[in-house]
Write a protein of this length. Structure first.
Length: 300
């Protein structure tokens, strides 16, 4: 296509993607309260309390307890827009991802399309798995954080801050589960070998453990292992895949090129003296007769 056709195609794809996001956002706005309850339910079940603000201030209980609040006159409206838009982007992801793929796919080779399908098909379940772990550790995380509340004080949780925390944890956990996919991609491109990845195992275990301890601020080691354990398993799974792929690549290189593949050219420069010697040794001898032009006949 010429440049103008490419730009027109991009405009049409973006318009379809935005239309899908807007449509899902409008539908999600009607279920705004249900979505909020779904997001905040784990935290409320863990640290929520049914007392009023006055009863909460007078309470002598040492158990962590908090109430979710909304500050400001426009905050409920902005929260409804934010939550609805977030749900619209997530639920409409199959549509806008397809539009993105439909724009890029015509410029890819067949093997590149195969790799793209494999990475998308693997990356989506990994991200969902990480998001699920984040959602499962939220109650314990909230309880540990509220334990730092000073005595004789009440804890109020602004709803917008709470939603930002949940979204941040879901994104961090989901992206952390993409680590093995990144390592496999680097191995398939030849940037990292499986042997080198295996040599990093001590540092990777320590780094993953530290990340799990920071991402889950809980004193319970089981909660930390709930995040670190799956990432350890995924990391060693990526190492095993890379080692097998390296062995397969070496075996394929040992067999040489296929019948329909060109062999590699030796472009190493030779010494000039050696070239002159070889040329002189291969030169034809001069003819002794003078009947031939320059000592050679027409055939020569």
């Amino acid at each position: 296509m010429p440049l103008a056709e490419h730009l027109r195609e991009l405009r049409n794809r973006l318009a379809k993607a935005l239309l899908a996001i807007v449509a899902v956002t409008v539908v999600a706005a009607f279920f705004y309260n249900d979505i909020i309850n779904l997001i905040t339910k784990p935290i409320l079940d863990s640290v929520g309390c049914d007392m009023t603000f006055a009863e909460l201030a007078k309470s002598k209980s040492t158990e962590p307890c908090a109430q979710i609040t909304i500050n400001g006159l426009l905050t409920p409206f902005t929260l409804a827009l934010k939550v609805s838009l977030m749900v619209g982007v997530v639920l409409a992801s199959p549509v806008w991802l397809y539009q993105l793929w439909a724009f890029v796919a015509p410029g890819l080779h067949r093997h590149e399309k195969k790799y793209a399908y494999a990475f998308v098909g693997t990356g989506a379940p990994l991200f969902i798995g990480g998001a699920y772990f984040a959602y499962s550790v939220l109650p314990t995380t909230a309880k540990v954080l509220l334990d730092f509340t000073p005595g004789n004080t009440s804890n109020l949780l602004p709803l917008d801050d709470l939603l930002d925390l949940v979204t941040r944890m879901v994104l961090v956990f989901g992206l952390s589960f993409e680590l093995p996919l990144l390592l496999v991609f680097l191995n398939l491109t030849g940037a990292i070998t499986g042997k080198r990845m295996l040599g990093w195992w001590r540092g990777m275990i320590m780094g993953i453990t530290v990340f799990a301890a920071v991402a889950t601020p809980s004193t319970d080691p089981l909660t930390m292992l709930a995040l670190a354990g799956p990432i350890w398993i995924l990391y060693f799974g990526a190492v095993a895949f890379s080692l097998i792929n390296d062995r397969r690549r070496r075996r394929r290189e040992a067999l040489g090129p296929d019948d329909d593949e060109a062999s590699e050219l030796d472009l190493t420069p030779e010494d000039i003296g050696e070239v002159e010697t070889v040329s002189a040794s291969r030169a034809l001898p001069e003819q002794a007769t003078t009947e031939r032009v320059n000592g050679y006949d027409d055939v020569t």
